[in-house]
Design a protein. Sequence first.
Length: 133
Amino acid sequence: MAQEFRLLVVTPETTLLDQSIQSLRCTLFDGQIGIIPGRMPMVGRLGYGELVFRAEDGSESSYFVDGGFLQVQGNVISVLTEQAVPVSELNGSEAEQQLQEALARPAIGDEQCDARERDQLRARAIISLTGQK
């Protein structure tokens, strides 16, 4: 039997996932990372994008992760995020509308500019995962 990880995905409301997995791939704020057993401990800042993991039975599951943090410590991978949604439940048309609204929204000052950019990045990640455009 291959080595396994315990994956914990936690949102502010609940522990969404707590299961054994074989490997994980996700989007950090500056690129992609793949994690397999034997990985050195690490902490990373998540971006907006896909989190894919391979379960014990070999099946893959895919979630959209809305930023947050990832920690690898021993055989436990902890993902702390605002939300994690199965890719199958994402609505690309709604994300396209959110993107257009974010692009059209005026922004004055750093805080509003940052919020508009976050909304654009989130919408583009969802559009990419759903195959829109």
